[in-house]
Every structure is written in C-alpha cells, then in structure tokens.
Design a protein around this ligand. Sequence first.
Ligand SMILES: *Cc1c(COP(=O)(O)O)cnc(C)c1O
Length: 363
Amino acid sequence: MQILANRMDRGFYKYQSEFEEKALEVLRSGWYVLGTEVENFEKEFAKYTGARYCVGLASGLDALWIAFRVLGIGKGDEVIVQANTYIASVMGITINGATPVFVEPDETFGIDINKIEAKITTKTKAILVVHLYGIPTKMDKIGELCKKYNLRLVEDCAQSHGAFYKGRMTGTFGDIGCFSFYPSKNLGAFGDAGAIITDNKELADKFKVFRNYGSEKRYYNKVVGANSRLDELQAGLLRIRLQHLNEITQEKIEIAERYNREIKNTKLVLPKTNDNSVCVWHQYVIRCKEREELIHYLDNNGINTIIHYPIPPHLSEAYKYLGYKKGDYPITEDFADSVLSIPIYNGMTEDEQTYVIDKLNKF
Ligand SMILES: *Cc1c(COP(=O)(O)O)cnc(C)c1O
C-alpha cells in the first residue's frame, strides 16, 4: 500500500461540486478583490470563532507580522515565543525588528508555562502563543502573566482552527488571533490566504487599512501599509470549506483517537494533549529515538512521513545573527531530532489507518 503524508485532493473531491460552483460564480462575477465574498467570509469566520471581528489577509505570515506592526512592537522590543515553532512565527516578530525570546516547550509541544516568567524583562512587550500541531496551549497562566506585566497576547492559530481550551476557541484569548489558510491547514484555501480575529474594533480597522496600502479611501494613504488582501476566489472557496469545518475536524479527531488507542510500541512516544481542551490534530506527531531507522522502514513500506521541524529557528541559518548555538534549548533540539508526523488527513480510509498502525506496531 502507498500512503502519502497528505492527500489534499481528497479534501477537494469530497465537496467538489460545491467548490466548482463557487469558483465559477466568482469568476463570472467580474469582481476579484475585496468584495462580498471576503466580507461574508470575515463575518462567518468571526462568528465561527466567537470573535467580534475578522480581517482577511494574504497569508498566515502576514497575519503575524502585521499583528506586531499594528500593536507597535518593533525595534528594541522583545516577544516571548516557544523555541520549537515553525519559523514563520519567529519571522512575524523579526520582520518588525523586534527580538524573539525563546522558551522551551513542555510535553504537549506548547510553550512551557512555568518557564515564561523568568524570561520577562523590561523590554518584553508580548507573548506569542503557538497552538502547535493543533494542540491547544494551557492559557490560564499566560493570561495572568500578560495582565501582571502589561503584555500583549498574540496567538498563532495557523494549525489550530476550531481547537478549544476550556470551551473557548483558540485565537480568542488575547489581543489578536492569527490564522493561515495555506492549503494543507485544517481550514485550507486553494492557494495562499490568511486572516486575523480580534474583539478590538480599533485593531480590526488598522488591519483593514494596512492590508490595502494603508488606505481607507482610495488613493488617500494614511500609513505605509502593504498589499495583503485576501482575494475573492479564495474567500469564496474558504466559505465552502468553513461550512464543513466541523465535520473536517471531527474526522481528524477520530483518526487521532484511533492512533492513540491502537499504536502500541515502546519505541514510540505518542503525542500528549492538555486536559479541558479539544485538539484538532493538524499533525499527529510521534517521537522516536531511532527516527532515521523508522523513516526508512516506513518508507520501505510505502508510508511517507514529514519532520515538523528538523531545524529549530534558533539554529536556523536565517537567525545566525541572534547568536544561539547548539545546546541552548536542549528540549527543543531533542524534539527536532526525534519528532515525526505520520499520515493523518481528511479522506484517509480505515484500511489506510489500519495499515499505518500495523506497520508502526511492527517496527
Ligand atoms: C503555516 C504556518 C504559518 C504561516 O502561514 P502561511 O500562510 O504559510 O504564511 C505560521 N505559523 C505556523 C505555526 C504555521 O504552521
């Protein structure tokens, strides 16, 4: 059997006629940028998350860096973030000239809430929480720290669409929730797309101006902005996907629960989640000390896997200038050397799941 790491085609064919109908509708409308599809998507996504406002943007990275820009966080400021995240989280901070201050993760791959306070300095302006792999972070203490030290709270929800912590959706705990709708994300577009959610009207308005060259009224530019508009076609297609997001999420949860129950091999560490949370399993990430052998063995059996992520940001060439070296974040580095994402995708058949479980158990 051949099992790819992801099968985005299956997510398309499941709702093919709805997607095709909407695509044609937008193409035939003659209106392609900032129109009713974007407006409706923003309303619908805000409602879905429980936030007051949503602003569509061109990507998840844009959502992050524009978030810090509109919050006025830049040169000379520090932002606390977990060390084991996707590099885009960190770029969202550094594009503005601010400095990322890394904190080690806990067993759930999220920021270790007990190691944050020691990293807070007079320069700290914000905490960026990443609900990595769709596993919601424990938010209570982070909220308290933000109050105590007067910090902004931004959430990177690029992997956690629809995930809950204590009955509240990720992205609604702080000032701004940042989303990516890159095709492989749980709520995926058919190209690049992103958005932010917020309860703060002033911030939402700033995003709307910033994404369109800093202009509210055409050719009257208030600030030096960017072109980061969500286009009508992607917004229309996202509206279709959003209508099915609960069943899309439920399907992934059921596969993950089966993996949790049926993968039994002392060489493998299965992912852990926090109590009182609903994890949406963007990835199902196991850990294995003999990862190279495992990858090779699975590959020989037709199972493709991906490492999320092999090089932590502090050791990446891009961040050489921050001056970190191997050994600075041992837990993060150990994760980078041992994590492996096994196939979990919408439309994965029971036979495919059984095959993956069986091969993992026989490793
Ligand atoms: C995908 C992703 C991003 C960036 O989103 P893009 O739409 O690709 O720019 C940021 N953070 C995390 C955690 C991601 O997984």
